[in-house]
Design a protein around this ligand. Sequence first.
Ligand code: AMP
Length: 238
Amino acid sequence: MTSTHNTVLEPFAPGPVLLLGAPGVGKGTQAKQLMAAFGIPQISTGDLFRAHLKNHTPLGILAEGLMKQGKLVPDDLVNQMVAERLTHPDTHSGYILDGFPRTLAQAEWLDSSLSASNDAVPVVAISISVDDTQLLQRITGRRISPAGRIYNIYSNPPRVPGHCDVDGTLLTQRTDDTEEVFHERMRTFRAQTAPVIDHYRAQGRFEEVDGSLAVEEVTAAIHGTLIRLRAAAQQEKA
Ligand code: AMP
């Protein structure tokens, strides 16, 4: 796996960051880079659902059925889960939301719950874009280690096929990373999530980065964008 910065950059506090984009654009990979660089948590709603599923909670069982069909979990349930996660103290100087919001209703809920809090820091949104034709290969080639390290058998293969470079554990494929489910996930994305990108574009504090470049180049672009957007948001506030 490619790693870039792993030192915590001080005193820059990224605040709430939204990573937006279609399935397979690299949100999870980039969120992990930002987490290492800035010392803020990645909050992936997909990972939270997979953790629920592992623990056989009713939410996990409901999510599993929807995930396998490439459909979204109902907004209220996702919002509640995110609301609970945002109460954890590790979110104080910022966090990266990966895979949330995915509908306009989720975006509106997030906007109003953030603006309701006293020490509100406005979100900055970064959308990662990749040509549709590349996405299928990204999705079907993705392999994940039990610790959440992300590989791709085509573009970022592990040194020993099927095993994590770092701890040698077995890599697995997500059950929704098949070609069939990918097409449904893309339909869901176009219908429900693309309007979320337009929503944040219209609000400002938004930039799009080219996700087709090498992982470290995308990371560098996101770092630069984040610092610029946060500085602009500070000026707006002053
Ligand atoms: P991801 O890991 O982000 O690709 O998410 C995997 C699946 O979890 C999605 O296809 C949805 O079924 C569900 N999911 C993740 N995030 C959300 C969300 N914000 N709203 C609704 N469903 C979600």
